[in-house]
Design a protein around this ligand. Structure first.
Ligand code: BES
Ligand code: ZN
Ligand code: MN
Length: 495
């Protein structure tokens, strides 16, 4: 979908040409207060903006939007006041609060051509990201055009070198998130392994990446038993896509791996009907790593980043794999399939082994892997597992981006529950305890030893089944694109 065009402006707010001026409000100890950046608008209101807002019932709480006419006090006809919520302990508003408020404002402005945001005075990057993401709408399949999303958004700020660089990076990051959202939101009758692979190829080629697509024949020749096993039940056969960005001053190699199940029926271990449609989002991890490697090229990170993306549709049919089958994963390990609905780990196993052949310095995989993730952490906090140090680093960065993530253990005592009667490993334990963790333990068997590794389970966070909030739309959220981007930036800066 098309994104609004962000730009910087240092025209005085009162004189700026715009349909709406966005200001922030915060929830203070004694009621609503104006956020930094609102002062210029307040001056045009002769210091009376806060009184007007409180008389309209504004409280400053997050996601609250209050609009008022300017009656000639500003050149723009409307002011939109958006709540940032409560400031933190130090009295300051966090970047994520600015991001969410910018998103809520942009959502409330569909149908508006041009807005001017003063939220950039608190945090330009967060304001840009939140605005672009909040304005996102996926209307590809609507036969009637509704309100167009917010068309253009200006941010108060001087066009300094630093601000221009921030604007450019924030816009690219937000656009990568919308790329991932578009992929997730495309329905499974149109986004299946071959079509997904072609879209990934086009995105990769446009960004100047090396692209390799293995079709079912190449997968058979290569011995990718996990991907072929899972994908065998569908008439739309699986793919493995590899996208490589080689930065000119690359200091480290990072391998990204993302689960690309274009639809997950559960296979022969079929899922119940209610909410099965949510499984259109079961390629959220794949979408995120495709978008992230393209972004790495756009932002010219001094890294080599390779995304290895297995794509398959998990369907029941006469050719589907069965509970009881033994699959041989790429590299030779065998897995007894006890539940065909634990399919993600099987395609990831192939991809993780393949990814390690490039001898990466870090491996990051992400997947809508387990319902247990949502039971443990809810819909907005990803579970992060892996090698201790890197896991903690990734979880901390996930929180700093506002996407949210929490370090989770890989308890050794659960490992024996994955032992198989006849193969090297079974794909599920015989119980439902620690389901997110046993999936992580399964993946660990396929991760190269001594390579720092993080596994990000985004079963809940990648797909919003509820109402829009902050900058998060319904359906695909694009999580964890910004976390991966921030981890790559951190590796580029600190090794
Ligand atoms: N794609 C699902 C996990 C999922 C569930 C993602 C809900 C998003 C929302 C995955 O393939 C799956 O079916 N996992 C099973 C594993 C079980 C069979 C061990 C699950 O979580 O029930
Ligand atoms: Zn799945
Ligand atoms: Mn499944």
């Amino acid at each position: 979908m098309s994104n609004p065009k962000p730009a910087l402006t240092d025209t005085p707010v009162a004189e700026a040409t715009a349909d709406v001026v966005i200001v922030g409000t915060v929830q203070g100890g004694d009621g609503v207060e104006l956020a930094p950046g609102a002062d210029t608008v307040d001056a045009a209101f002769e210091g009376g903006l806060l009184d007007v807002l409180s008389s309209l019932g504004a409280s400053g709480k997050a996601d609250e939007v209050v609009k008022l006419p300017t009656l000639g006090k500003l050149r723009a006809p409307v002011v939109l006041a958006v709540g940032l919520g409560r400031p933190g302990d130090t009295g300051t508003v966090a970047p994520e609060q600015v991001r969410r408020a910018s998103g809520a404002a942009a959502r409330a402005l569909s149908g508006t051509k041009r807005a001017l945001s003063t939220l950039s005075e608190q945090d330009l990057q967060a304001a840009v990201e939140g605005s672009v993401l909040g304005a996102y709408a996926f209307t590809e399949y609507k036969s009637e055009a509704g309100d167009a999303p917010l068309g253009k958004i200006d941010f108060v700020g001087a066009a300094t070198k630093e601000n221009r660089a921030t604007l450019k990076a924030a816009t690219a990051i937000a656009e990568a998130v919308t790329t991932a959202r578009d992929l997730v939101n495309t329905p499974p009758n149109d986004l299946f392994p071959a079509s997904f692979a072609e879209r990934a190829r086009k995105l990769g080629e446009a960004a100047g990446l090396e692209v390799e697509v293995l079709d079912e024949k190449a997968l058979r020749k290569g011995g990718y038993g996990g991907i072929l096993g899972v994908g065998g039940g569908s008439s739309r056969l699986p793919r493995l896509v590899r996208l490589r960005y080689k930065g000119s001053k690359a200091t480290k190699k990072v391998a990204l791996v993302g689960k690309g199940i274009t639809f997950d029926t559960g296979g022969i271990s079929i899922k119940p009907a209610p909410n099965m449609d949510h499984m259109t989002g079961d390629m959220g991890g794949a979408a995120a790593v495709v978008a992230a490697v393209v972004l790495a090229a756009k932002l010219k990170y001094p890294l080599e980043v390779t995304a290895t993306v297995p794509m398959a549709e998990n369907m029941p049919s006469g050719e589907a794999y069965r509970p009881g089958d033994v699959l041989t994963i790429y590299g030779g390990k065998t897995v007894e399939v006890l539940n065909t609905d634990a399919e993600g780990r099987l395609i990831l196993a192939d991809a993780l082994v393949r990814a390690a052949e490039d001898e990466p310095d870090y491996i990051i995989d992400t997947a809508t892997l387990t319902g247990a993730q949502t039971v443990a952490l809810g819909n907005r906090t990803a579970g992060v597992m892996g090698t201790d140090e890197f896991r903690d680093r990734v979880a901390e960065i996930a929180r700093a981006t506002g996407e949210g993530g929490w370090a989770m253990p890989l308890p050794e005592e659960l490992r024996a529950d994955l032992d198989s009667r006849l193969a090297d490993l079974a794909n599920v334990t015989g119980h439902r305890f620690g389901g997110m963790l046993s999936a992580g333990l399964f993946l660990r068997e396929f991760v190269a030893e001594d390579v720092p590794w993080a596994h990000i389970d985004v079963a809940g966070p990648a797909f919003n089944t509820g109402s829009p909030w902050g900058y998060t739309s319904k359906g695909g959220t694009g999580v964890p694109v910004r976390t991966i981007a921030a981890v790559l930036a951190d590796i580029a800066a600190n090794g």
